[in-house]
Each structure stands twice: as C-alpha cells, then as structure tokens.
Design a protein around this ligand. Structure first.
Ligand SMILES: [Zn+2]
Length: 312
C-alpha cells in the first residue's frame, strides 16, 4: 500500500472535461489551478502512455499538494491524458494503435490519437512555457529512472533547461539534440520547455518512484519561478548525448536477461528466436553505459525496442 495515498473531498478541484475523440465521448481529468500571484503557465501530464502508473500517481499528488494555489502562475495538470489506453491497460491509444507521445501538435480532424493530442495542445499546452510529461516503464518494460531534456536554439528554453540540470532534476539526464520538425523543437519555437521524466518500471506503483517524479517536478517548477528555486542533488547529473537501441528483427520470442543500473559492452541482453524455435541468437550490449529501458516480457515484434542504452 502506498504511504501517501489520498483522496479529494467531494468537491474535487479536478474536473472531468468532455472530449470527443474519434467519435467516442471521453471524460478527461483536468485540474486548472490559478496561483495566488502572477507567474508562468505550467502543464503537467501523466498517462500519455496509458499503463505508466507512477507518472499518473505523481500527477494526482501534484494536484493535491498545489490545490490551494500557493504558487505564482497557473498550474494545469492532466493526470491521465490517454484515457482510452488507461482503460485498456496499454501504452498506445487502442482506438487506432497510435502513441500520443509520438504525435505533435495533433489535428482536429485527424486520427483519434491526433484528435486527442490536438485537444491537449490547443486547450492547455499552447498557453504553457513549461510542459512536464511524466512517464514510467510500461507493463512490459524494466527501466532506470532518468529525465529527457532537449537542446534548443531558443534562449529562454535553454536557460530553463540549464537551471534544471544545475538543480539536479535527475541523476541521469539524456540530452536529445535539437532536430528540425521534432516535437521538442516545435515546442521550443512556441517558447515552451518540454521535459519528459521516467521513473518506475513494469507498470508497478512504488512509493520511491512516485516521490522521485514529484522531486523532479518541483525542480522544474522552481526553474520557471512557479515556486522558489529547488535543489535536490548536489552531485551534477550524468548527462548522456547518445543512445544505442537493440530492436527485434522479426516477430518471435524474446528471453530477456536480468539488467541492472549499468552495463558493460559484451554483456548478454537476452536471446531471441522465431516462434518455431529457429534462428536463435544471443544479443550482446554494443556499448558500455546506462540501460534506460528494456523489454522484459516474451513477445518480440519486428522493430520493438528490446533495450535502450545511454552510452556517451
Ligand atoms: Zn512512456
């Protein structure tokens, strides 16, 4: 049982906002809280992937902790964006099989998942100067906690990113290069800093994973002045710029090895074979580094990421 579980009073500050997605009528939980002083607009999302529960739990607790408006600015929290995925206990949106996290800024008249992202962006993210997106290992995934930050030419976004690193937002940071047309580049053009935090694995709900998320969120809040500046780690984070992926080459079986916080080049990651047992192959780590996430369950599909290792 979680130590800090809570419930709201009958009059919850979280509203169930109607949204029509792909012809389905959804109700999506949203807390839109005005702070006591003027300041930045910040969006926190959980459940972009519908089966990543420590991010969802952390988002609900952020609402609970900030519901009295004791901060400067406007705080919008959507604890479960992908309500269809949450309902089906899977990462993607089951209506069309697409992943909301891979779509930006969505389309009003697009696929159901494009409509869902468009609903989020047009109503909330477009007003924000910071978007914190809380993830975790999905039901099938092991994961070491880390935060994705993004390189950018936008001065304000870069200054915010540097502050978060300095305050120790996470002990492991993956710094993605700015790529033209990417989600984070489009957000930076809008003046919005995007942060994707990962904490928790296998769809589990563990107190430490939830608290780690909340600490990272508060560091980011401090970096934009929603609350006073926070510092959680005196050690600077390990910053990685390169990630190497192992992907499945065909539909078959994957037998994962046990993976820890670090890995050495040549360590066994697992083995795969076809469904008839043929083409068995042992898969080794191509680099020494930090495993970010890896698949622990047995189904392998062509193109599945079986292991992602940050190495440089
Ligand atoms: Zn995720």
């Amino acid at each position: 049982m979680l130590e800090n579980f809570f419930s709201f009073q009958k009059q919850s500050i979280i509203k169930l906002v109607p949204a029509t997605i792909g012809g389905f009528s959804l109700k999506i939980p949203v807390a839109d809280i005005q702070g006591l002083a003027p300041g930045p607009t910040v969006v926190v999302t959980g459940g972009m992937d519908g089966d990543e529960y420590s991010g969802i739990e952390a988002a609900y607790r952020i609402v609970h902790q900030f519901q009295n408006g004791d901060f400067a600015g406007r705080l919008i929290v959507v604890p479960i964006v992908n309500i269809p995925g949450f309902g089906a206990e899977c990462s993607q949106c089951p209506i069309d099989g697409q992943f909301p996290k891979n779509i930006f800024p969505g389309k009003a008249q697009g696929t159901p998942t494009e409509q869902l992202v468009h609903w989020l962006v047009s109503n909330y993210v477009s007003a924000a100067e910071l978007w914190l997106d809380l993830h975790a290992g999905a039901i099938t995934e092991g994961l070491n906690p880390f935060v994705y930050l993004f390189e950018t030419d936008n001065d304000r976004v870069r200054a915010c990113t540097e502050k978060m690193i300095e305050a120790g937002i996470s002990s492991i940071v993956v710094m993605e290069p700015s790529r033209w047309g990417s989600k984070h580049a489009k957000l930076a053009e809008m003046g919005c800093t995007y942060v994707l935090a990962e904490s928790g694995s296998r769809g589990n709900l563990k107190e430490d994973d939830v608290l780690r998320h909340i600490e990272s969120v508060k560091v980011a809040f401090g970096a934009v002045g929603l609350i006073p500046a926070q510092k959680i780690n005196n050690e600077p984070p390990a910053i990685f710029h390169e990630v190497v992926y192992v992907t499945g080459e065909f539909d078959g079986l994957w037998r994962a090895a046990a993976i820890g916080a670090t890995i050495q080049k040549g360590d066994v990651l697992g083995e795969w074979c076809r469904l008839d047992g043929s083409d068995k192959k042992t898969i080794y780590a191509a680099r020494s580094g930090c495993p970010l996430w890896w698949k622990e369950t047995m189904r392998m599909q062509e193109g599945d990421v079986l292991c992602a290792i940050a190495w440089k």
